[in-house]
Design a protein around this ligand. Structure first.
Ligand code: NDP
Ligand code: MG
Length: 382
């Protein structure tokens, strides 16, 4: 029986993680969970799984929740609450980090300090602080198991010595606007941007898919997760989202991971690897129905956010943290209908230009840079 602690239980990844846990009660026990504010979504799940520790974003939600629980549990709140969950239980437990945003970084570090393995969905952790996370990972000999479909695919296709790897190839669906020119992107609406053709995900990452910033964050993540130089990381457009990513070896062999676009597959694999479990009710991949798979080279001029991200990643230091914070702020402003779609990458570019880079920032510095960048970007609107 594996004991699971879940951050971000009401999110897209969080809900699917609960689905996986609920389908295999003999394998998994949910010991603690966190959510933000969505008590209506959280309550039925909490009463079903009865975790002994729950963390929420604010005290008001904590007070309300205590009144509504049908069993006894400890309820904590705020960023401290996330840390309590990260540190709860034993070294054998797994933390699933599926919270959205840079708030996920400190709990990842805390769980590693406590000796736990982490199934990592939260991108911001490795993007903003890859150097700190990988250092601590080695010190504590803990595993960071990828949940994102691309990284899970690479994780499953990687064998043998790193010297034999020529390239890691991440696939990108192109998001909601893959068939639009830059000119056509000027007037797009929030609703159009939220309409992803293949994947059902949280709002922020769906916008990131449309700008292609998501793939940029994933390239940075892959660099840290697999200890691979940026020169050996490639992105291919693949609109069907069937090939989730590939590893090219020096003898020309390419290993790919295929499947339907269903995040429960990589989520479950992160919890069971190297073993596998069935997914009751999942349709499975019917390649004869898919028929044709398309691949094309990435156009970095069309997807400027991807280029900005890779540049920030290559330069390293504090730049990826600025990229991430500026993007989070700009996406929030776009979702609130305050800026245009193309402003997102323009704001990120401006924030990167205005920042004076720090070469190897500590956690506190990263969090400070994150706060400052967000408040600067919020003023760009005026
Ligand atoms: P969602 O927006 O659907 O969910 C986010 C979760 O985090 C919710 O439970 C939300 O709570 C909680 N949350 C948000 N802000 C805070 C905060 N300040 N304090 C505490 N809790 C908070 O996100 P996704 O599930 O889509 O994504 C989660 C992470 O996984 C992101 O980093 C994303 O990039 C990554 N990811 C997602 C994929 C996907 O398919 N969705 C694929 C690969 C990676 P509430 O809603 O209750 O307020
Ligand atoms: Mg992905």
């Amino acid at each position: 029986m594996k004991h699971i602690h879940l951050l971000g239980a009401t999110g897209s990844i969080g809900e699917q993680t609960l689905d996986v846990i609920g389908k295999h009660p003999e394998e998994f026990k949910l010991d603690s969970l966190s959510f933000g504010r969505n008590i209506n979504k959280a309550l039925p799940q909490i009463n079903k799984f009865q975790p002994s520790l729950i963390s929420v974003q604010e005290k008001e939600t904590a007070d309300l929740l205590k009144e509504k629980l049908n069993y006894r549990a400890e309820v904590v709140w705020g960023e401290e609450g996330l840390l309590e969950i990260a540190e709860a239980g034993s070294e054998k437990d797994i933390l699933v980090n599926a919270v959205m945003g840079s708030v996920g970084l400190a709990p990842t570090l805390a769980a590693m300090q406590a000796g736990k393995d982490i199934a990592i969905a939260n991108k911001e952790t490795l993007v903003t602080a890859g150097h700190l996370v990988t250092k601590l990972q080695q010190e504590k000999s803990v595993s960071l198991i990828p949940v994102d479909s691309e990284h899970s695919a690479i994780f499953q296709c990687l064998h043998g010595s790193k010297k034999e790897v020529k390239k890691l190839i991440l696939t990108a669906s192109g998001g909601s606007f893959r068939d639009k020119t830059r000119e056509e992107l000027k007037g797009v609406t929030v609703q159009e941007a939220l309409n992803h053709p293949n994947w059902s995900m949280g709002a922020k990452i769906t916008i990131d898919s449309a700008t292609m910033m998501n793939k940029g964050l994933e390239v940075i993540e892959a660099h840290w997760l697999f200890d691979i130089p940026y020169e050996s990381l490639d992105v291919l457009l693949h609109k069907e989202s069937i090939v989730h990513s590939m590893v090219e070896y020096i003898d020309g062999s390419v290993l790919a991971h295929l499947g339907t676009p269903d995040m429960r597959v990589p989520i479950q694999y992160a919890l069971t690897q190297p073993s596998r479990l069935a997914i009751p009710g999942a349709p499975g991949l019917k390649l004869w129905e898919v028929g044709t798979l398309h691949f094309s080279k990435m156009d970095y001029k069309r997807y400027k956010a991807l280029q900005l991200a890779i540049e920030a990643g290559k330069q390293g230091g504090s730049l990826p943290a600025v990229l991430n914070a500026a993007n989070e702020q700009a996406v929030a402003m776009f979702l609130a209908d305050k800026i245009h779609f193309l402003d997102i990458e323009a704001f990120v570019e401006r924030a990167l230009h205005e920042h004076v880079p720090v070469s190897s920032p500590e956690l506190e510095e990263i969090m400070e840079i994150d706060r400052k960048t967000r408040s600067s970007v919020a003023t760009y609107i005026r």
